[in-house]
Design a protein around this ligand. Structure first.
Ligand SMILES: Cc1cc2nc3c(=O)[nH]c(=O)nc-3n(C[C@H](O)[C@H](O)[C@H](O)COP(=O)(O)OP(=O)(O)OC[C@H]3O[C@@H](n4cnc5c(N)ncnc54)[C@H](O)[C@@H]3O)c2cc1C
Length: 335
């Protein structure tokens, strides 16, 4: 019997485990992959992640200058200070893992294959009883499925890694290719993450081909490496279901606009831990997180426009981001 069982040792599960263990709870994290987990991710962080305790030493590169591409041109966004940072996802995992373990969390490499009302069953046939169960098992969450919580707003993101760094962080907006989504180039210290996310899943090979052609044309980069895909869940439908909780991507906490998920996973993990530790906890940060998510969703709904109008809107947005005071305003509202 464990007081709290957390399924999944990503940012949400490990941050939740750290806060629970620090608060004196007996907590077991079950993670199917070996640590440090190198989940498919661009490793992009924002200033918000540092407020959540992520150490600045983990950062590999910092970016105040961003190149924004649309089909008809490119604009340079110059922020007053770095607004996006890149870090190795395995290093983030290692730091979270060690912090949770030092606080007293038990972390085991086990795949959960079945869930029962008061127990989980692992692939090796072990039955672990729990008082509280936390689903931190990502976008394809077994815990969420056990709870019968539907998932509609799921974006598929595709990414490849080049074995060398490029100099600039770049963003690609083109409704013809990505619908309301976007493409990215995120440089790290010794590699570069290149990817895109689409709401329109109709013809991924064609989308990928056109995106690669665009990158070659604009940035002179010829890419032959393989792309991998992983879903991002922004479909939040509640976090507490009796004695079972959903956090991070399992709870649909990721932003539906930017698809940033690490910060949302960290905060939801911390807040749910505090709710379990203190029944009267007000969870103000969780409410603020959900309010930011709602702001992002309103923006996404506004982007449900006919393609020519959306293309025109993205052109205007690109130009606006090149104007200093407008870019500061947009970053402040949606960052
Ligand atoms: C291509 C791509 C790029 C991205 N780039 C960024 C970015 O730059 N910045 C950003 O903030 N976010 C980014 N995201 C989103 C971010 O990766 C996720 O939102 C974040 O990882 C969510 O954290 P989590 O802990 O909720 O879930 P995850 O990190 O997915 O962790 C879930 C864990 O649960 C484990 N698990 C699943 N099922 C089981 C099971 N049955 N038993 C045991 N363990 C299980 C998994 O192995 C995994 O380790 C990106 C996502 C993708 C796909």
């Amino acid at each position: 019997m464990a007081e709290v069982v957390i399924v999944g040792g990503g940012p949400a599960g490990l941050n939740c485990a750290y806060h629970l263990a620090k608060g004196g709870k007996e907590v077991v994290v079950l993670e199917k992959h070996p640590f440090p987990v190198g989940k498919l991710c661009a490793g992009g962080l924002t200033l918000k992640d540092f407020k959540e305790g992520v150490p600045k030493e983990i950062v590999e590169r910092s970016f105040s200058i961003h190149i924004i591409h649309t089909p008809s041109g490119q604009t340079t966004l110059k922020a007053k200070e770095p607004i996006v940072f890149t870090a190795d996802r395995k290093k983030i995992s290692q730091w979270l893992f060690e912090r949770a373990r030092r606080a007293g969390a038990i972390i085991e490499r086990k795949r959960v294959t079945r869930i029962e009302d008061r127990a989980v069953i692992t692939k090796d046939g072990k039955k672990i009883n729990y008082h509280y169960l936390i689903g931190a098992d990502g976008s394809l969450s077994l815990v969420r499925r056990y709870l019968n919580v539907p998932t509609i707003n799921l974006v598929i993101a595709w990414q490849t890694s080049l074995p060398f760094p490029v100099s600039k962080m770049q963003w690609f907006m083109n409704p013809k290719l990505f619908g309301q989504g976007y493409g990215w180039i995120f440089p790290h210290r010794d590699k570069t993450m290149i990817g895109f996310g689409c709401s329109n899943l109709k013809d991924i090979p064609k989308t990928k081909k056109k995106f690669l052609f665009w990158i070659e044309e604009r940035c002179g980069l010829k890419i032959n490496t393989t792309f991998k895909a992983h879903p991002i869940n922004s479909d939040y439908r509640g976090h507490q279901f009796g004695h079972i909780y959903l956090i991070g991507d399992a709870g649909g906490f990721a932003s539906g606009l930017t698809w940033e998920g690490i910060y949302f996973a960290l905060v939801s993990g911390r807040e749910v831990a505090r709710m379990i530790l203190n029944k009267n906890y007000e969870a103000r940060d969780l409410r603020a997180l959900l309010s930011l998510k709602r702001r992002h969703e309103r923006m996404v709904r506004m982007l449900h426009l006919p393609r020519p109008i959306l293309t025109h809107l993205f052109e205007c947005l690109r130009r606006a981001l090149g104007i200093s005071f407008l870019s500061q305003l947009i970053i402040k509202k949606y960052g």
